[in-house]
Design a protein around this ligand. Structure first.
Ligand code: PHE
Length: 496
């Protein structure tokens, strides 16, 4: 079955890729990463990560996806039939990520709902941990099911099903065309408003105050590379899949460049807004910014509600707008990570888009119910570590080696250059994808592994083992099940 899915236009591809990139990683994660890793000094590793890793890699991923016009798994088989198992590992691990990602979107949905009447009350911290998540910080709460959270997770999955089961133009394409620009418009509005608040400068001074000494620490480099990966959806098959839907005349070099620029602009702009608001809060409450700022969950679900409380009736407008933006950003990212496994299954088992979407949404939704328990937040943190620190980085390493060496990246150069309206690639690009990036990835991988080993507890080890088993078992099942599609081993190449 050849892939009949195609984007309506090249712009839609770029918008969809920006939708994939701009997500929770930009709003929920980036401001904190920037702040806690040297402030202004963080820009050095951040820019190195963009130029040495992101731009060359994104071009490679798009190029190979474009060439095969098929799912990641199918392309791997064409490249090396023996590697089918690996071809499933990446889609399955990305699906595991999609499942916990849906949970954070669910939490955000709850806050979107509450923001209309500030339903989090006067003490958002207690509300989040005690009333809502009922966090036990261990596995012990796994049997305490929280229906309220479950409902919001289900709503997220319903939306994903609703958009994904339609044909590309009517579903994904249409949503990205409307919502991705909207995302930017609302964020610009929120940030400009935040910048005018009294005390904004306190927050910004705190954010950018560079701590140059940190540049000598390995951690901040790891943080920059990790952030760029997650935030740009690099190497996770999302760019690969979306690029496989492009038309023949696409300029992939420039598209990649636009996606990287838009993603970085969005996250840095968001950070300005976040820290202006924290500065305002610091001025109002007399608490230093360093005490207010905290990681992801607490930042957007505790600090933000506190600010909306102080802002009075303006908070009733700004609150819903903010949580809506996070919601849309989350959904457009989840759509792309969902697509990766979905299209692989469609390819191998000759499933229609409708059928594959329905089955996967049901499975994903059911699996995410484990996060709708008191142990949810705890398991989520470990799942995130498992996915981002161990599996993804390693499988991206394999992907890079396969694409650069086995596929032979040089095959793409003249194709890329013949269409590029911005810059051309050559020797430096090949050196990047063949040597520098694989090397960098291996270093990051060991760093992440070290972090994981040092946090060992028996409970987290149990979660890690269960996740690893799920990953291996499902990848094995998909590998061993006989194919239903006659074209499973027939993949045409576009680049001659
Ligand atoms: N880039 C998304 C974010 O910043 C996360 C993501 C990763 C989405 C991989 C799809 C695939 O939130």
């Amino acid at each position: 079955m050849t892939n009949i899915n195609k984007w309506e236009s090249n712009i839609i591809f770029i918008l969809a890729m920006i939708g994939s990139a701009v997500g929770l990683g930009n709003i929920w994660r980036y401001p904190y990463v920037l702040y806690s890793n040297g402030g202004g000094a963080f820009y050095i590793p951040y820019l190195v990560a963009i130029f040495a890793l992101a731009i060359p890699f994104i071009i490679l991923e798009y190029g190979v996806g474009y060439n095969y016009q098929s799912s990641f798994t199918k392309a791997i088989i064409k490249l090396k039939p023996k590697f089918e198992f690996y071809g499933w590992i990446l889609p399955v691990v990305v699906f595991i990520m999609t499942i916990y990602y849906s949970t954070i979107i669910g939490w955000d949905g709850i806050y979107l709902f509450l923001s209309f009447f500030k339903g989090w009350g006067a003490d958002p911290n207690t509300f989040l941990n005690v009333n809502l998540l009922q966090t036990t910080h261990s596995l012990s709460g796994v049997f305490n099911f929280i229906p309220f959270i479950a409902i919001f997770i289900i709503i997220g999955w319903f939306i994903i099903w609703f958009i994904s089961h339609k044909n590309l133009d009517e579903g994904l394409g249409k949503v990205c065309k409307i919502f991705v620009p909207l995302l930017f418009v609302i964020m610009i509005f929120i940030v400009i408003f935040s910048l005018t608040l009294p005390g904004a400068n306190i927050g910004l001074a705190e954010l950018f105050n560079p701590d140059w000494s940190l540049l000598w620490h390995f951690d901040i480099w790891m943080a920059a590379f990790g952030q760029i990966f997650f935030s740009l959806s690099l190497g996770m098959g999302a760019g690969f899949t979306y690029a496989s839907y492009t038309n023949d005349d696409i300029d992939l070099i420039s598209s990649g460049l636009y996606v990287v620029i838009a993603n970085s602009a969005f996250e840095n702009f968001t950070a300005l807004g976040v820290f202006s608001i924290l500065g305002y809060m610091s001025l109002q409450s007399g608490t230093p910014v360093s005490e207010i700022v905290s990681q992801g969950t607490t930042l957007i679900f505790v600090a933000y509600p506190q600010v909306f409380n102080i802002l009075g009736s303006i908070g009733l407008i700004l609150g819903p707008l903010f949580f809506f933006t996070v919601y849309v950003a989350g959904i457009t990212s989840m759509l792309s990570s969902f697509e990766v496994l979905s299209i692989s299954l469609q390819n191998k088992f000759a499933l229609s888009r409708r059928k594959a979407t329905l089955i996967l949404c049901l499975i994903g939704c059911l699996a995410s119910m484990v996060y709708a328990t008191s142990a949810g937040e705890y398991i989520l943190r470990i799942s995130d570590l498992f996915v981002n620190n161990i599996v993804i980085i390693f499988s991206v390493f394999v992907e890079c080696v396969l694409f650069a060496w086995v596929f032979k990246a040089e095959r793409l150069i003249s194709f890329f250059n013949s269409r590029s309206k911005t810059f051309k690639i050559g020797k430096w690009w090949l050196t990047e994808v063949k040597y520098i990036i694989p090397l960098l990835l291996i270093v990051i991988w060991f760093g992440g592994l070290y972090e994981l080993i040092t946090m060992k507890t028996t409970e987290s080890a149990i979660v890690l083992i269960v996740l690893a088993l799920i990953l291996v078992i499902f990848s094995l099942i998909f590998t061993l099940l006989p194919e239903k599609s006659k074209d499973w081993f027939k993949t045409e190449e576009r680049v001659k």
